[in-house]
Write a protein that binds this ligand. Structure first.
Ligand SMILES: *Cc1c(COP(=O)(O)O)cnc(C)c1O
Length: 369
Protein backbone atom coordinates (compact mmCIF):
# COMPACT_ATOMS: atom_id res chain seq x y z
CA UNK A 1 0.00 0.00 0.00
CA UNK A 2 1.39 3.40 -0.90
CA UNK A 3 1.45 6.23 1.62
CA UNK A 4 -1.31 7.85 -0.35
CA UNK A 5 -3.74 4.96 0.18
CA UNK A 6 -3.65 5.52 3.89
CA UNK A 7 -3.49 9.30 4.03
CA UNK A 8 -4.85 10.89 0.86
CA UNK A 9 -8.21 9.10 0.86
CA UNK A 10 -8.83 10.55 4.29
CA UNK A 11 -8.14 14.02 2.93
CA UNK A 12 -11.06 13.87 0.50
CA UNK A 13 -14.33 15.15 1.95
CA UNK A 14 -16.94 12.53 2.93
CA UNK A 15 -19.19 13.37 -0.02
CA UNK A 16 -16.40 12.42 -2.42
CA UNK A 17 -15.52 9.24 -0.56
CA UNK A 18 -19.22 8.25 -0.68
CA UNK A 19 -19.40 8.36 -4.49
CA UNK A 20 -19.96 4.99 -6.19
CA UNK A 21 -17.84 5.36 -9.28
CA UNK A 22 -19.20 4.95 -12.80
CA UNK A 23 -18.81 1.39 -14.11
CA UNK A 24 -18.29 1.39 -17.88
CA UNK A 25 -18.87 -1.53 -20.22
CA UNK A 26 -15.90 -3.91 -20.43
CA UNK A 27 -13.58 -2.94 -23.29
CA UNK A 28 -13.14 -5.56 -26.04
CA UNK A 29 -9.33 -5.45 -25.67
CA UNK A 30 -9.61 -6.20 -21.94
CA UNK A 31 -11.72 -9.34 -22.44
CA UNK A 32 -9.41 -10.45 -25.26
CA UNK A 33 -6.42 -10.10 -22.89
CA UNK A 34 -8.14 -11.87 -20.02
CA UNK A 35 -9.38 -14.87 -21.98
CA UNK A 36 -6.80 -15.01 -24.75
CA UNK A 37 -9.53 -14.42 -27.33
CA UNK A 38 -9.21 -12.78 -30.70
CA UNK A 39 -10.65 -9.24 -30.54
CA UNK A 40 -12.46 -9.82 -33.83
CA UNK A 41 -14.39 -12.72 -32.28
CA UNK A 42 -15.75 -10.63 -29.42
CA UNK A 43 -19.20 -9.06 -29.59
CA UNK A 44 -19.69 -6.01 -27.40
CA UNK A 45 -23.30 -5.06 -26.74
CA UNK A 46 -22.56 -3.23 -23.53
CA UNK A 47 -22.33 0.52 -24.08
CA UNK A 48 -25.18 1.45 -26.41
CA UNK A 49 -22.71 2.25 -29.16
CA UNK A 50 -23.69 2.48 -32.82
CA UNK A 51 -22.98 -0.94 -34.38
CA UNK A 52 -22.59 0.72 -37.81
CA UNK A 53 -19.55 2.64 -36.61
CA UNK A 54 -19.34 6.33 -37.56
CA UNK A 55 -20.76 8.10 -40.59
CA UNK A 56 -18.14 8.05 -43.39
CA UNK A 57 -18.54 11.82 -43.72
CA UNK A 58 -17.76 12.26 -40.02
CA UNK A 59 -14.75 9.97 -40.27
CA UNK A 60 -13.32 11.93 -43.22
CA UNK A 61 -13.87 15.25 -41.44
CA UNK A 62 -12.14 14.01 -38.28
CA UNK A 63 -9.20 12.73 -40.31
CA UNK A 64 -8.80 16.12 -42.00
CA UNK A 65 -8.91 17.88 -38.64
CA UNK A 66 -6.00 15.80 -37.35
CA UNK A 67 -3.56 17.84 -39.47
CA UNK A 68 -4.24 20.79 -37.16
CA UNK A 69 -3.68 18.88 -33.94
CA UNK A 70 -0.88 21.23 -32.89
CA UNK A 71 -3.46 24.00 -32.59
CA UNK A 72 -6.03 24.44 -29.86
CA UNK A 73 -9.56 23.80 -31.09
CA UNK A 74 -12.08 26.62 -31.37
CA UNK A 75 -13.00 26.88 -27.70
CA UNK A 76 -16.33 28.45 -28.59
CA UNK A 77 -17.19 25.79 -31.16
CA UNK A 78 -18.48 28.51 -33.46
CA UNK A 79 -19.06 26.45 -36.60
CA UNK A 80 -20.77 23.49 -34.90
CA UNK A 81 -22.96 25.76 -32.80
CA UNK A 82 -23.94 27.79 -35.87
CA UNK A 83 -24.96 24.64 -37.69
CA UNK A 84 -26.89 23.26 -34.72
CA UNK A 85 -28.60 26.60 -34.11
CA UNK A 86 -29.78 26.78 -37.72
CA UNK A 87 -30.99 23.18 -37.66
CA UNK A 88 -32.82 23.57 -34.35
CA UNK A 89 -34.19 27.07 -34.89
CA UNK A 90 -32.58 28.58 -31.79
CA UNK A 91 -29.91 31.20 -31.16
CA UNK A 92 -26.26 30.12 -30.91
CA UNK A 93 -26.08 31.58 -27.39
CA UNK A 94 -28.67 29.01 -26.34
CA UNK A 95 -26.16 26.21 -27.01
CA UNK A 96 -23.23 24.86 -25.02
CA UNK A 97 -20.97 22.10 -26.32
CA UNK A 98 -19.63 19.33 -24.13
CA UNK A 99 -16.98 16.62 -24.10
CA UNK A 100 -19.85 14.20 -24.49
CA UNK A 101 -23.18 15.22 -23.02
CA UNK A 102 -21.86 13.88 -19.70
CA UNK A 103 -19.72 16.99 -19.62
CA UNK A 104 -22.83 19.16 -19.97
CA UNK A 105 -24.55 17.22 -17.16
CA UNK A 106 -21.51 17.85 -14.99
CA UNK A 107 -21.47 21.56 -15.90
CA UNK A 108 -25.11 21.80 -14.82
CA UNK A 109 -24.25 20.21 -11.48
CA UNK A 110 -21.24 22.45 -10.92
CA UNK A 111 -23.14 25.60 -11.90
CA UNK A 112 -26.29 24.97 -9.86
CA UNK A 113 -25.44 22.60 -7.03
CA UNK A 114 -23.35 23.01 -3.92
CA UNK A 115 -23.38 21.82 -0.31
CA UNK A 116 -26.75 22.62 1.24
CA UNK A 117 -28.69 22.06 -1.99
CA UNK A 118 -30.33 18.92 -3.35
CA UNK A 119 -31.10 17.29 -6.68
CA UNK A 120 -33.96 14.93 -7.56
CA UNK A 121 -33.67 11.89 -9.82
CA UNK A 122 -35.48 8.62 -10.32
CA UNK A 123 -34.47 5.24 -8.94
CA UNK A 124 -32.79 3.42 -11.89
CA UNK A 125 -31.95 6.74 -13.56
CA UNK A 126 -28.64 7.22 -15.38
CA UNK A 127 -25.71 6.75 -12.96
CA UNK A 128 -24.14 10.07 -13.89
CA UNK A 129 -26.94 12.01 -12.13
CA UNK A 130 -26.05 10.84 -8.61
CA UNK A 131 -22.34 11.11 -9.40
CA UNK A 132 -22.59 14.70 -10.68
CA UNK A 133 -24.87 15.61 -7.77
CA UNK A 134 -22.53 14.18 -5.13
CA UNK A 135 -19.43 15.60 -6.78
CA UNK A 136 -20.93 19.06 -6.38
CA UNK A 137 -21.48 18.33 -2.67
CA UNK A 138 -25.26 18.36 -2.99
CA UNK A 139 -27.68 15.81 -1.60
CA UNK A 140 -29.25 13.34 -4.02
CA UNK A 141 -32.93 12.52 -3.64
CA UNK A 142 -33.72 9.21 -5.39
CA UNK A 143 -37.44 8.83 -6.07
CA UNK A 144 -38.90 5.31 -6.26
CA UNK A 145 -39.46 4.23 -9.85
CA UNK A 146 -42.84 3.45 -11.37
CA UNK A 147 -42.71 0.49 -13.78
CA UNK A 148 -38.90 0.95 -13.87
CA UNK A 149 -39.34 4.52 -15.13
CA UNK A 150 -39.79 8.02 -13.77
CA UNK A 151 -42.74 8.67 -11.43
CA UNK A 152 -43.22 12.33 -12.25
CA UNK A 153 -45.85 13.00 -9.58
CA UNK A 154 -43.56 11.55 -6.91
CA UNK A 155 -40.60 13.49 -8.30
CA UNK A 156 -42.64 16.70 -8.15
CA UNK A 157 -43.54 15.92 -4.54
CA UNK A 158 -39.88 15.30 -3.70
CA UNK A 159 -38.81 18.82 -4.69
CA UNK A 160 -37.70 20.80 -1.62
CA UNK A 161 -36.90 24.46 -1.07
CA UNK A 162 -33.21 23.59 -1.35
CA UNK A 163 -33.65 21.60 -4.60
CA UNK A 164 -31.84 23.20 -7.52
CA UNK A 165 -31.72 20.45 -10.16
CA UNK A 166 -34.10 17.71 -11.27
CA UNK A 167 -32.74 15.12 -13.70
CA UNK A 168 -34.91 13.30 -16.25
CA UNK A 169 -33.76 11.00 -19.06
CA UNK A 170 -36.33 10.25 -21.74
CA UNK A 171 -35.88 7.51 -22.85
CA UNK A 172 -34.05 6.50 -19.68
CA UNK A 173 -30.86 4.48 -19.46
CA UNK A 174 -30.49 1.67 -18.26
CA UNK A 175 -34.22 0.88 -18.30
CA UNK A 176 -35.23 2.16 -21.76
CA UNK A 177 -38.47 3.46 -20.27
CA UNK A 178 -40.17 6.35 -22.01
CA UNK A 179 -42.74 8.91 -20.90
CA UNK A 180 -45.05 10.53 -23.46
CA UNK A 181 -43.79 14.07 -24.02
CA UNK A 182 -47.18 15.54 -23.07
CA UNK A 183 -46.64 14.18 -19.54
CA UNK A 184 -43.25 15.83 -19.30
CA UNK A 185 -44.64 19.08 -20.67
CA UNK A 186 -47.44 19.06 -18.09
CA UNK A 187 -44.86 18.25 -15.40
CA UNK A 188 -42.68 21.21 -16.44
CA UNK A 189 -45.69 23.50 -15.88
CA UNK A 190 -45.69 22.45 -12.23
CA UNK A 191 -41.95 22.64 -11.45
CA UNK A 192 -41.14 25.74 -9.38
CA UNK A 193 -38.74 28.25 -10.97
CA UNK A 194 -35.98 27.61 -8.40
CA UNK A 195 -35.37 24.17 -9.95
CA UNK A 196 -33.43 23.59 -13.16
CA UNK A 197 -34.90 20.62 -15.04
CA UNK A 198 -32.28 18.74 -17.03
CA UNK A 199 -33.96 16.76 -19.79
CA UNK A 200 -31.49 14.21 -21.15
CA UNK A 201 -32.39 13.13 -24.69
CA UNK A 202 -29.38 10.92 -25.42
CA UNK A 203 -31.60 8.38 -27.22
CA UNK A 204 -34.02 10.80 -28.91
CA UNK A 205 -32.94 9.81 -32.41
CA UNK A 206 -34.11 6.23 -31.79
CA UNK A 207 -37.70 7.21 -31.07
CA UNK A 208 -40.20 6.25 -33.75
CA UNK A 209 -41.32 9.37 -35.63
CA UNK A 210 -44.75 9.32 -33.94
CA UNK A 211 -43.13 9.44 -30.49
CA UNK A 212 -40.79 12.36 -31.25
CA UNK A 213 -41.37 15.89 -30.08
CA UNK A 214 -39.76 19.24 -30.83
CA UNK A 215 -38.80 19.92 -27.23
CA UNK A 216 -36.60 22.86 -28.28
CA UNK A 217 -39.86 24.75 -28.79
CA UNK A 218 -40.41 24.43 -25.00
CA UNK A 219 -37.32 26.51 -24.23
CA UNK A 220 -39.21 29.77 -24.85
CA UNK A 221 -41.79 28.77 -22.23
CA UNK A 222 -39.56 27.17 -19.59
CA UNK A 223 -36.54 29.33 -18.73
CA UNK A 224 -35.51 26.68 -16.16
CA UNK A 225 -35.18 23.90 -18.77
CA UNK A 226 -31.86 22.48 -19.99
CA UNK A 227 -32.02 19.86 -22.76
CA UNK A 228 -28.99 17.65 -23.42
CA UNK A 229 -28.26 15.66 -26.57
CA UNK A 230 -25.30 13.68 -27.82
CA UNK A 231 -23.39 12.54 -30.89
CA UNK A 232 -22.39 9.36 -29.04
CA UNK A 233 -25.33 7.14 -29.85
CA UNK A 234 -27.23 7.37 -33.16
CA UNK A 235 -24.52 9.58 -34.69
CA UNK A 236 -21.86 6.99 -33.88
CA UNK A 237 -19.22 9.29 -32.34
CA UNK A 238 -18.97 7.91 -28.77
CA UNK A 239 -15.18 7.69 -28.91
CA UNK A 240 -14.71 11.33 -29.87
CA UNK A 241 -16.79 12.70 -26.98
CA UNK A 242 -19.14 15.42 -28.17
CA UNK A 243 -22.59 16.43 -27.00
CA UNK A 244 -24.48 19.63 -26.33
CA UNK A 245 -26.95 21.42 -24.10
CA UNK A 246 -29.82 23.72 -25.07
CA UNK A 247 -31.35 26.26 -22.76
CA UNK A 248 -32.10 29.89 -22.16
CA UNK A 249 -29.17 32.22 -22.91
CA UNK A 250 -28.94 32.91 -19.15
CA UNK A 251 -28.52 29.23 -18.25
CA UNK A 252 -26.05 28.65 -21.06
CA UNK A 253 -24.04 31.66 -19.91
CA UNK A 254 -23.72 30.08 -16.46
CA UNK A 255 -22.64 26.74 -17.91
CA UNK A 256 -20.00 28.48 -20.00
CA UNK A 257 -18.52 29.95 -16.82
CA UNK A 258 -17.79 26.51 -15.38
CA UNK A 259 -16.98 24.86 -18.72
CA UNK A 260 -13.37 23.79 -19.16
CA UNK A 261 -11.69 25.81 -21.92
CA UNK A 262 -11.29 23.80 -25.16
CA UNK A 263 -13.47 21.02 -23.75
CA UNK A 264 -14.34 19.66 -27.21
CA UNK A 265 -11.39 18.65 -29.38
CA UNK A 266 -10.98 19.61 -33.03
CA UNK A 267 -11.64 16.21 -34.67
CA UNK A 268 -14.78 15.87 -32.55
CA UNK A 269 -16.04 19.32 -33.62
CA UNK A 270 -15.36 18.55 -37.28
CA UNK A 271 -16.90 15.08 -37.13
CA UNK A 272 -20.03 16.32 -35.38
CA UNK A 273 -20.54 19.00 -38.02
CA UNK A 274 -20.19 16.46 -40.81
CA UNK A 275 -22.41 13.96 -39.01
CA UNK A 276 -25.24 16.50 -38.94
CA UNK A 277 -25.16 16.52 -42.75
CA UNK A 278 -25.29 12.74 -43.05
CA UNK A 279 -29.02 12.25 -42.68
CA UNK A 280 -28.80 9.03 -44.70
CA UNK A 281 -26.50 7.53 -42.02
CA UNK A 282 -28.86 8.61 -39.26
CA UNK A 283 -31.79 6.97 -41.04
CA UNK A 284 -29.81 3.77 -41.52
CA UNK A 285 -28.90 3.78 -37.81
CA UNK A 286 -32.55 4.17 -36.87
CA UNK A 287 -33.71 1.43 -39.25
CA UNK A 288 -31.00 -0.98 -38.08
CA UNK A 289 -31.97 -0.36 -34.47
CA UNK A 290 -35.66 -0.92 -35.14
CA UNK A 291 -34.94 -4.25 -36.84
CA UNK A 292 -32.37 -5.31 -34.24
CA UNK A 293 -34.68 -4.43 -31.36
CA UNK A 294 -37.43 -6.57 -32.92
CA UNK A 295 -34.93 -9.42 -33.30
CA UNK A 296 -33.87 -9.22 -29.64
CA UNK A 297 -37.43 -8.87 -28.36
CA UNK A 298 -38.57 -11.92 -30.36
CA UNK A 299 -35.47 -13.94 -29.48
CA UNK A 300 -35.80 -13.24 -25.76
CA UNK A 301 -39.53 -14.07 -25.87
CA UNK A 302 -38.60 -17.44 -27.44
CA UNK A 303 -36.32 -18.04 -24.46
CA UNK A 304 -39.11 -17.01 -22.07
CA UNK A 305 -37.06 -14.13 -20.78
CA UNK A 306 -38.92 -11.12 -19.48
CA UNK A 307 -37.82 -7.73 -20.72
CA UNK A 308 -38.51 -4.11 -19.89
CA UNK A 309 -39.90 -2.61 -23.11
CA UNK A 310 -37.39 -0.07 -24.39
CA UNK A 311 -37.47 2.97 -26.67
CA UNK A 312 -33.67 3.19 -26.80
CA UNK A 313 -30.98 1.18 -28.59
CA UNK A 314 -30.74 -1.33 -25.72
CA UNK A 315 -33.02 -3.28 -23.44
CA UNK A 316 -33.10 -4.83 -20.00
CA UNK A 317 -33.46 -8.61 -19.98
CA UNK A 318 -34.48 -10.33 -16.74
CA UNK A 319 -32.18 -13.35 -16.78
CA UNK A 320 -32.30 -14.22 -13.07
CA UNK A 321 -28.78 -14.73 -11.74
CA UNK A 322 -27.36 -12.01 -13.96
CA UNK A 323 -23.86 -12.18 -12.44
CA UNK A 324 -23.54 -15.85 -13.34
CA UNK A 325 -25.06 -15.47 -16.80
CA UNK A 326 -22.77 -12.50 -17.44
CA UNK A 327 -19.71 -14.57 -16.59
CA UNK A 328 -20.90 -17.35 -18.89
CA UNK A 329 -21.52 -14.88 -21.72
CA UNK A 330 -18.05 -13.38 -21.28
CA UNK A 331 -16.52 -16.85 -21.63
CA UNK A 332 -18.30 -17.04 -24.98
CA UNK A 333 -16.93 -13.67 -26.07
CA UNK A 334 -20.13 -11.72 -25.49
CA UNK A 335 -19.95 -8.48 -23.49
CA UNK A 336 -23.23 -7.10 -22.15
CA UNK A 337 -23.81 -4.85 -19.16
CA UNK A 338 -24.64 -6.10 -15.66
CA UNK A 339 -26.76 -3.52 -13.83
CA UNK A 340 -26.55 -4.74 -10.22
CA UNK A 341 -24.95 -1.38 -9.43
CA UNK A 342 -28.30 0.16 -10.40
CA UNK A 343 -30.13 -2.13 -7.97
CA UNK A 344 -31.18 -4.47 -10.79
CA UNK A 345 -29.25 -7.68 -9.99
CA UNK A 346 -31.57 -9.93 -12.01
CA UNK A 347 -31.12 -7.98 -15.24
CA UNK A 348 -28.57 -7.59 -18.00
CA UNK A 349 -28.64 -4.56 -20.27
CA UNK A 350 -28.08 -5.52 -23.89
CA UNK A 351 -27.34 -3.00 -26.62
CA UNK A 352 -28.85 -3.59 -30.04
CA UNK A 353 -26.15 -4.72 -32.44
CA UNK A 354 -25.92 -5.91 -36.03
CA UNK A 355 -28.20 -8.84 -36.90
CA UNK A 356 -25.32 -11.32 -36.60
CA UNK A 357 -24.21 -9.91 -33.25
CA UNK A 358 -27.73 -10.08 -31.85
CA UNK A 359 -27.97 -13.69 -33.03
CA UNK A 360 -24.67 -14.57 -31.37
CA UNK A 361 -25.87 -13.05 -28.12
CA UNK A 362 -29.17 -14.94 -28.26
CA UNK A 363 -27.42 -18.24 -29.05
CA UNK A 364 -24.89 -17.75 -26.27
CA UNK A 365 -27.62 -16.82 -23.81
CA UNK A 366 -29.63 -19.90 -24.72
CA UNK A 367 -26.52 -22.02 -24.11
CA UNK A 368 -25.93 -20.66 -20.63
CA UNK A 369 -29.46 -20.49 -19.27
C1 LIG B 1 -25.06 7.48 -23.25
C2 LIG B 1 -25.81 8.48 -22.42
C3 LIG B 1 -25.45 9.82 -22.43
C4 LIG B 1 -24.40 10.32 -23.36
O1 LIG B 1 -23.16 10.32 -22.90
P1 LIG B 1 -22.05 11.07 -23.74
O2 LIG B 1 -21.24 11.74 -22.71
O3 LIG B 1 -22.72 12.05 -24.64
O4 LIG B 1 -21.32 10.02 -24.49
C5 LIG B 1 -26.16 10.72 -21.68
N1 LIG B 1 -27.22 10.33 -20.96
C6 LIG B 1 -27.62 9.07 -20.95
C7 LIG B 1 -28.83 8.71 -20.20
C8 LIG B 1 -26.91 8.10 -21.66
O5 LIG B 1 -27.28 6.84 -21.62
Amino acid sequence: MSACDTTCSGLAPPHVRAIARYLPGKPIAELARELGLNEADIVKLASNENPLGPSPLALAAAQDALYDMALYPDGAGFALKAKLAAKLGIAADQLVLGNGSNDVLDMAARAFLTAGTSAVYAQYAFAVYPIATQTAGAQGIAVAAKDYGHDLAAMRAAIRDDTRVLWIANPNNPTGTFLPWAEIEAFLETVPPHVLVVLDEAYGEYLPPAARCDTTAWLARFPNLLITRTFSKAYGLAGLRVGYGLGSAAIIDLLNRVRHPFNVNAPALAAAEAALDDTEFLERSYALNTAGMAQLVAGLADLNIEIVPSKGNFLLAKVGDAARINTELLKRGIIVRPVANYGLPEFLRVSVGLAGQNARFLDALKACL
